[in-house]
Design a protein around this ligand. Sequence first.
Ligand code: ADP
Ligand code: MG
Length: 200
Amino acid sequence: MALSLERLVDAVSSRIIAAADELTELDSAIGDADHGLNMKRGFEAVLADKANILAKPLPDALKAIGMTLVMKVGGASGPLYGTLFMTLGKELPPEPTAADMARALNAAVEAIKARGKADFNNKTMLDVLGPVATHLSSGSASLASIRALADESARATIPMKAIKGRASFLGERSIGHMDPGSRSSQIMIETVCDVLEGRS
Ligand code: ADP
Ligand code: MG
């Protein structure tokens, strides 16, 4: 899979930064209104470190992104997104195939579950990352089907009751709102699909 790391870094960072208000709005409904701000701070730091990141082979570049997110995003999502990128860096070879991507994303989902002591249907980012990882493993995924599944999965968090994270403090009142981390995960997945398709 030929992929331009620079285009991926630019596109994912700029889409997340552009979505900061929306993500914070979602977090104001069921959290503490900082998810957009946290993610914006993290991806601005990634952009600031871009020259260093792009000088590395893909696995090390992904690990460097993960470390920056851990240091800069903060909150619950920082260490978890850090785990996502660091695991991808650990699992992927320098020139990954689609099968490598599937295996690495599944490993990252397991690492996030372990790190956050969470499972699927807890109304977290795992409810987008998990279904997409499983879908990639099916071997029949297309960019269009991945994009659609990520969108559908983020929306499927709306009726869920939060079991993990700050939103769980609300109990039943967390029902009826999209999980902010699911939306940020969906945006990242959609952006990667767009870049691979040459749309972004
Ligand atoms: P905080 O909750 O500390 O304010 P953020 O607002 O940046 O951090 O991130 C909240 C998001 O983090 C949630 O919407 C959810 O998707 C994700 N999250 C929180 N706790 C967990 C967990 N234990 N496992 C997986 N994801 C989690
Ligand atoms: Mg928050």
